[in-house]
Design a protein around this ligand. Sequence first.
Ligand code: PEP
Length: 249
Amino acid sequence: MSGSRKFFVGGNWKMNGDKAAIDGIVDFMKKGPLNPNTEVVVGCPQCYLSYTREKLPAEIGVAAQNCYKVAKGAFTGEISPAMVKDCGCEWVILGHSERRNVFNEPDQLISEKVGHALEAGLKVIPCIGEKLDERESNRTEEVVFAQMKALVPNISDWSRVVIAYEPVWAIGTGKTASPEQAQDVHAKLRQWLTENVSAEVAESCRIIYGGSVSPSNCAELAKMGDIDGFLVGGASLKPDFVTIINARG
Ligand code: PEP
C-alpha cells in the first residue's frame, strides 16, 4: 500500500539559477510550511552544491544532477559521488532524460553510475521514461522495462533508490501525463519489480512521477496509489514548489 511509502518530492533546478536565485528559493522553502510527511530533495548545479547545502535546513536533502562512475581520476569535467558527499550532499539524480537524450548517455553507463553512487554511500534517483514516438507506437512498457532491466544488476541497496518515471514528452512541455496514464505505468513498473526483483522491493520502493507537474495538477496525481511523489523541474524554481510538496495534504 502507498501508505507505507513516504511521499517524496524532488526539485530539479537543471542548469538554472545563481546564488541570488538560490537565496530566493531557500527563503520560500524555509517559509513553507512544508508537510513533514513529505521527504524533500533539491537537485542543484554542481558548483552550488556546498552553497545550497549550507543554506537549506538539514531536513531538506540536496542532490547533484549527475556524477561519474568512478571515485577519481583523469575525467575532466566530471564529479564523483565522493565529491558530492564531501560537499555535504546525500543524493544524486542519474539518467535524467536530458542526460540520456542531450548527452547521449546509454543505459549501461547510467547503470554503472548508479552502482558506483550507491557503493559510495549516496542515495540515488535514477530516471526512466519513454519518448513521444515510443508512446505513440505502444512501446512505453518495452522501453521503461528495458531501462529498469539495465539498472537492476548495479542496484546493491534498494532502500537508497527512488525511481523517477518521467515520460520525455511531458518534461518541460507543459503536457502532463493524466493521473490515469501515470498510474498505469507506475503500477506496471511495480509489477515488474515484483517479478524481476522482489515483492518486498516492489512494495517499499518509491516510484515518483515527473513531467510538467504544477500546482494545478499535483493533487490529482498525488491521489493515485502507485504515485509516491514527484520530480519537478520548472516549478521547483518558484514558490509553486511548496504547493507541490504539500500535494498529498
Ligand atoms: C524534470 O526536469 O525532471 C522535469 C520533470 O521538468 P518539468 O517539471 O519542467 O517538466
